[in-house]
Design a binder for this molecule. Structure first.
Ligand code: FES
Length: 118
């Protein structure tokens, strides 16, 4: 595994998202609830720049006529067709879906964020 410098930690203090080039790939870095995540900026549905989508929460699975909102500031909504992904796992938020964002491990060292890739 190779370690690539992606950004300074301070760059994600105010805005929780930064899109960077790492090893020739466009990656979205996210600071979500104290942890850092790196996702490839390609939607698994049809290739949109998914990391540019809205960050919000979503309605959670409930019984009929019940509405519960959750995962606040943890959901990424693709700008093209609205598919939603959990930014902490990359999982597509549809029951039974096996689709995920392509992710990379992030390492924090001396105030800098590194992405691990082959
Ligand atoms: S390209 Fe992302 S939801 Fe269609």
């Amino acid at each position: 595994m190779n370690k690539y410098l992606a950004a300074k930690v301070s760059e994600l203090n105010v805005n929780p998202r930064k899109i960077v080039q790492v090893n020739g790939l466009e990656i979205g870095l996210f600071h979500i609830k104290g942890a850092y995540y790196a996702w490839r900026n390609i939607c698994p549905h049809a290739g949109a720049p998914v990391c540019q989508g809205l960050i919000s929460g979503t309605t959670l699975p409930t019984h009929v006529y019940e509405y519960e909102y959750g995962l606040e500031e943890q959901v990424l909504r693709c700008p093209w067709h609205g598919w939603e992904f959990d930014l902490t796992t990359g999982k597509h938020l549809v029951e039974g879906s096996k689709t995920k964002l392509r992710g990379y491990e992030v390492v924090v060292e001396n105030g800098k964020l590194y992405v691990l890739m082959k």
